[in-house]
Each structure stands twice: as C-alpha cells, then as structure tokens.
Design a protein around this ligand. Structure first.
Ligand code: ADP
Length: 274
C-alpha cells in the first residue's frame, strides 16, 4: 500500500487506541466507585445497629438501671440488634467467598431435586409459623447439575425464604425443578414462585444489587440484610446459570434459574481440563 495510506491508517489507529484506554479507565473507575459504595453501604448497615446498641447500653447504665421491666425489654432489643449484625457479617463473608471462587468452575455432580426437597423440608417449620405452605415438584428422572452443594443450598434457601418473607400473604410457595428439553441441550430449571404482592416493575432491574431493597423497613422487619439476592446472583454466575425474575403486581413473583444439565460426559470433560 502507498505510504500515505499507511500513515492514514496509523493516524486512524491512534484515536482508537486513546478511546480504548479511556474506556478501560472508565470501567476501572466504575469498579472502584462500586467498591467504595459497597464499603460505605456495609459500614452504614453495621453502624445502625451498633448505634442502637450503644444507646441502649447508656440507658441501661443510667436511667433504666433500677427498672427491671425496661431492662428486660431493652436486652431483648439488644439481642435482636446483635443477631442482625451477625447475619450481616455472615452474608458479607459469604459474598466475598463466592466472589473469590468466581472463576473456579464447580465440577461435582449434584442432583438438584434432592437438594430442593431437603431445603424445603428444613424450612417447613418456619413456613408453618408464617402460615405458608411450600409445594415441591421434581422430575421423575435425576436433575443433575455441576455444582457446589453448599452454594446451591444457599441459593434455594435465599429464594424460598424471600418468597415466604415477602409473599407470605399468598399463603403458598411453589418450588419446582424441571428438565427443559425444548432447546439444543437439556436444561435444569429451578423456579420459586410466590403469590404475594409482587415487585413493582421499576425495581426489577436493580433487585440483585447489594443492599438494594424495595422497602427498607419491610426488609429490616423480616431480618433482611439486603444481600440475599446479590448472593443468589453470584452463585448463579459461578454455576454459569441464568436468573430471571418475573412479577405481576398482586400476583406474586417468580424467580427462575436455568442451569446446564450435567451428564457423565460433561463431568469427565470438566475434570480432564484440570
Ligand atoms: P433482603 O435481605 O432485604 O430480603 P434480598 O437481596 O434477599 O434482601 O432482596 C432484596 C429485596 O427484593 C427485598 O428487600 C424485597 O424488597 C425484594 N424481594 C425479594 N424477593 C421478593 C419476593 N419474592 N416478593 C417481593 N419482593 C421481593
């Protein structure tokens, strides 16, 4: 090519390179900003119950010192605040552990139907307390995925607990495992459905962000940390799954996760790569 064309290409190339660097920087800034926001949010979430605890300690050492009734009531509230902090720290640690392993692909074959049945059995007393019935359906054949057992348990727990917390008015939660064979390769589908008030559509895109809540007071009242769905999102991503959230006002919400179905060959293939 004539020299002029080369120079023109180089000249054209240069701005591209600048643009690329600029984009990388924006991305890096975005990540840094998100990290800073996260630390600020987490600190705020921890500081709130801590401030309340300090307040009660002062009251107990001062005005309420000789009032046994007030003392018992305050100690009850303090216990609840301490448990809230402890739940928050557990969730923060879970989230960071899952993120740390994000690039490690799980390779143990896990039968999702069995796990769902166990989790729902364990949650039955809580459901009973809330007047909710959990209905489980599973396929006749094994629904195996390549997964991390504890993380899958956590995923199911978080979705079913949310359905009971926010959809309790519907009195019923459906948890279904199905094998979807309509596409090229079969998928394992987990769907958790409640019949509560649902989620206003404008909130759906942000629902899995850390500390994002439709109604902060309602979440606090239910003992929520605002991290449940962020944990779900990370577990799904690590399992190369897909999460969809559908909700119709006054008709509840459906959280669906689709995983690739594990077969003997996918298992061997994955192991041989390591
Ligand atoms: P939280 O600890 O607040 O429950 P999550 O991350 O698990 O945090 O959920 C985020 C928010 O999403 C909740 O505070 C609630 O507003 C909303 N949400 C989650 N599941 C449901 C559901 N099944 N029905 C209605 N709203 C829900």
């Amino acid at each position: 090519p004539p020299a002029g064309a080369g120079a023109a290409a180089a000249a054209q190339g240069a701005p591209d390179a600048v643009l690329l660097t600029f984009r990388d920087l924006t991305q890096q800034r975005r990540v840094e900003q998100m990290r800073a926001d996260f630390v600020a949010n987490a600190s705020h979430e921890l500081r709130t119950p801590l401030a309340s605890l300090s307040g009660f300690i002062e009251t107990l050492m001062g005005p309420a010192r000789n009032d046994p009734a007030a003392r018992d009531r305050f100690l009850g509230i303090m216990g609840a605040q301490a448990r809230r902090m402890s739940r928050l720290i557990d969730d923060l640690l879970s989230l960071s552990r899952i993120e740390l392993n994000a690039h490690v692909r799980p390779e143990v074959q896990v039968e999702l139907g069995t796990i769902v049945a166990h989790v729902c059995e364990a949650l039955a007393p809580l459901a009973h307390e809330r007047g909710v019935e959990i209905h489980v359906t599973r396929p006749d054949e094994p629904a195996c995925v390549l997964g991390e057992r504890d993380e899958l348990i956590r995923l199911i727990e978080n979705l079913v607990e949310n359905a009971m917390k926010y959809g309790a008015s519907g009195k019923r939660v459906d948890v279904a495992v199905e094998i979807e064979k309509s596409g090229e390769a079969p998928l394992i589908v987990l769907a958790v459905r409640d019949y509560g008030p649902g989620i206003p559509p404008e909130h759906l895109p942000r629902l899995t962000e850390r500390f994002y809540r439709v109604d902060i007071a309602a979440s606090r009242e239910q003992g929520g940390t605002g991290l449940g769905l962020a944990i779900v999102k990370h577990i799904v991503a690590r399992h190369r799954g897909r999460l969809t959230i559908e909700s119709r006002p006054a008709d509840g919400a459906i959280f669906t996760v689709r995983f690739d179905r594990a077969t003997e060959s996918t298992k061997k293939h994955n192991i041989s790569k390591h």
